[in-house]
Design a binder for this molecule. Sequence first.
Ligand code: KMH
Ligand code: ZN
Length: 280
Amino acid sequence: MSNAAATMVTVAPTGAETSKDDVPALPTTLDELVETAVRCERAGAALIHLHVRDAEHRPTLDRALLRETVVAVRESTDLVVQLSTGGSVHDPLDTRLTVLDAEPDSCSLTCGTTNFGDEVFLNPWPFIVELYQQTQAREVVPEFELFDLGHVHALRRLLDEHGLPFGGRVHVDVVLGVPGGMPGTPAALLGALAMLPPQVTSWSATGVGRAHLPVAATALATGGHLRVGMEDNLLLARSRPVRHNDELVVRAAELATLLQRPPMSTAAAREMLGVRDRRS
Ligand code: KMH
Ligand code: ZN
């Protein structure tokens, strides 16, 4: 795994945990998601991690809405389009398996169960294997989400037993600071990196809440890529709510540029991840 000269900035604009009533700036409609995608691409993002909401702004895995969103973001931007297969903590496993029907470029694939605040984010081993095999069959590039050291070890087992993903690259996202997962500290990130299996070709890091800046700085200093967005962090600074996701992308791009690893183009991100070109 070589140190990248450029930084892939991922934006996760919405998530499934925050309500629109609590945070009106959260993009939840199709128009808001497309507007967010356009602005974040302009600010330096190369990949968008999408959760979709229904007409009442509630998280949904509705197949038609997912497909409509993938198509709309693909038409309006050159971003790598990644759909969440994690959904919300209330989504059943079988529904989560249908996400790939929307034909994204990439999907998240979490490598184990974790406590998630007061809830449980369920990812039993048979589900992980089934989802992984579906990504291989449908030529969708998984991004392996690692919330805990046990997930790092499970990734090793998955790759050893089931081979490489479609495209032959292995990109992981280390998620730190979820209550129930790894703490959002540089030491935890370094510990996870030390355990990554040899097949990993690139990695990014996500710090949840107040962990986002120390995690981002550590990731940049150690050759990693960045994920930012209102799914993970609603404050730009103490008492200063994020007004638009592009504020977080702008800051990530500035930090990366300062450290002489400027934002990666969408074309370079596509090549790094090995995604199939679905743009017509
Ligand atoms: N909403 C969380 C329970 C993913 O997108 O794959 C799961 C999540 C991870 O957000
Ligand atoms: Zn997500």
